[in-house]
Design a protein around this ligand. Structure first.
Ligand SMILES: Cc1cc2nc3c(=O)[nH]c(=O)nc-3n(C[C@H](O)[C@H](O)[C@H](O)COP(=O)(O)OP(=O)(O)OC[C@H]3O[C@@H](n4cnc5c(N)ncnc54)[C@H](O)[C@@H]3O)c2cc1C
Length: 485
């Protein structure tokens, strides 16, 4: 008989926490509890991957309809109804949250709808006032978006807010150059919002393959996003009537709706607008909304972690070893709160490796090498392994690449280009990186990722017969290197 209330107490009902809790309870018979302070499913299901991807789909139908005309379809002009989409989105997220709750229930996990705090190595305190003991505590509290530290930053939206907008803004300034900033720039642009994007760096999507970044940025601009790199906000505040007279809201003549909003705004609430913005490139504009996609922070504030002996890093992330163990032997941490590779499938794997290590007597490290991932911009980006730049720093390489206009959109008269690229080790011939910028590149890279993970060589790719006619056949027909380094 254990001296503790539970064998495992999981804090956070997101991707990693739910998986760890239900596998530990369902497969090992451990007595497990989980606390979630908000909605089950966490960032991915409620305010991340899932609603975002549904918005990506929504935003693509405009061009699909446009392309259909190029194929002989007689299509009447349509328009996007945000209210109807948002209602359906809400219902879908409710349905998914229900599934997550049931998964826990059916695995025998005790759920607490409460905020949890670590009291000591084996005790958690709940916002309901309960104190619960557990042999092991797993912290899976994820992260949250952050605003920059500038005056009036609270006027800006963050990614959590986008899904709840009462109506789509007519214009928006997106600040940031990471994948979330670029994805929402494309989504909102596709939904008919006038999008301006400021990024203080020289090129968006820092850390990814440079050629891919360049093509994505170029395509975003071609599709209508007003992208300004090397640009940041110098000053922002609520727009006044004088501002509106002086600077019409970006792209939108000051109409009745704007006047109404101006009369209405109570001032200083997140998402209030219109917002007057002075930029480092000298532009002064008024935007309907400002949206900060300027990074995320781990959820470790006021969690009692350091008091209990858990070490935190510079950003507040929980420091863990390869087995997700903290400095306190009974406390583990997984997912975004550890700020390793902040992706849903990684949080899930870390959760499963934790269960193997702690409950199945099978110490399992999480493999963070060669993780395929996608950026759902338009065009989409699928990537696995090293960028050309990273690989060239590591060893002598050959670069095989092609860029072309894909058959489907070229026929419809759209100028879109796609790119396929293999970065190959000169010595071992192994494919060190594969980068695809193309419609559905996320789907392609999942499969190419298997080959790269298996250590496939360029010659293995060459030996594979092409599937014709497809875009992805180009990845097995790349003849000679375009560059060596
Ligand atoms: C806009 C956006 C788009 C994204 N798109 C993708 C994508 O396309 N692909 C991808 O792989 N990843 C994507 N991600 C990242 C992905 O969502 C995260 O990596 C993933 O959700 C991390 O899971 P987690 O379990 O670590 O944390 P989370 O899913 O964040 O779950 C943590 C949970 O803990 C709860 N919590 C926090 N503190 C407490 C407390 N003290 N007590 C109780 N509960 C608490 C929170 O409410 C939350 O539900 C996206 C993220 C964002 C923001």
């Amino acid at each position: 008989m254990s001296d503790f209330d539970f064998d495992l107490f999981v804090i956070g009902g997101g991707s990693g926490g739910v998986r760890a809790a239900r596998v530990a309870a369902g497969e090992t018979g451990a007595k497990v509890a989980l606390a979630e302070e908000d909605r089950y499913g966490g960032t991915c299901v409620i305010r991340g991957c899932v609603p975002k991807k549904l918005m990506v789909f929504a935003s693509e139908y405009g061009t699909v309809a446009e392309d259909a005309k190029g194929y002989g379809w007689d299509i009447a002009e349509g328009s996007f109804n945000w209210g109807s989409f948002r209602e359906r989105l809400k219902n879908e997220l409710d349905r998914l949250e229900g599934i997550y709750r049931n998964l826990l229930k059916n695995s025998g996990v005790t759920s607490y709808d409460a905020r949890a705090k670590v009291k000591d190595a084996h005790t958690v305190e709940l916002s309901t006032g309960e104190t619960i003991t557990a042999k092991h505590i797993l912290v899976a509290t994820g992260g949250r978006p952050m605003r920059p530290e500038i005056p009036n930053a609270e006027l800006g939206l963050v990614s959590d807010d986008i899904f709840h907008l009462e109506e789509l803004p007519s214009s928006i300034l997106i600040v940031g150059g990471g994948y979330i900033a670029c994805e929402f720039a494309c989504i909102l642009n596709g939904l008919g919002v006038e999008v301006t994007q400021y990024y203080r760096g020289a090129q968006v999507l820092r850390g990814f393959d440079e050629q891919a970044r360049g093509l994505i940025a170029e395509s975003m601009v071609e599709n209508g996003v007003q992208l300004h790199c090397g640009t940041d906000i110098v000053e922002m505040r609520l727009a006044t009537a004088e501002d509106l007279e002086e600077h019409e809201i970006a792209g939108v003549p000051m109409g009745a709706r704007m006047q109404e909003m101006l009369a209405d705004h109570s001032g200083g609430k997140p998402g209030d607008g219109p917002v007057w913005v002075k930029a480092s490139n000298g532009d002064v504009k008024v935007f309907d909304k400002v949206f900060f996609a300027t990074g995320r922070l781990p959820n470790t504030d006021d969690m009692g972690l350091e008091e209990a002996g858990v070490k935190l890093g510079r950003k507040g992330e929980i420091l863990v070893d390869d087995y997700s163990a903290t400095d306190v032997p009974s406390i583990y941490a997984i997912g975004d709160v550890t700020d390793r590779v902040n992706l849903t499938p990684v949080a899930i794997r870390e959760g499963m490796a934790f269960v193997e290590t702690v409950f199945k007597d099978n110490p399992t490290k999480v493999d963070h090498e060669l993780i395929p991932s996608a950026v759902f911009t338009q065009p989409e980006f699928g990537t696995v392994g090293l960028s050309e730049e990273e690989a060239a720093e590591q060893e002598p390489i050959e670069v095989y690449a092609t860029s072309f206009r894909p058959m489907q959109t070229a026929f419809a008269g759209r100028p879109d280009r796609v790119m396929m690229k293999l970065v190959v080790s000169k010595e071992t011939r192994k494919v060190l990186g594969c980068h695809i910028v193309a419609p559905n590149a996320g789907e392609m890279i999942q499969l190419a990722g298997i080959a790269v993970k298996m250590g496939a060589t360029k010659e293995d790719f060459d030996r594979t017969v092409a599937v014709h006619p497809t875009m992805s056949e180009e990845i097995v027909t790349l003849k000679s290197p375009v560059r060596t380094a």
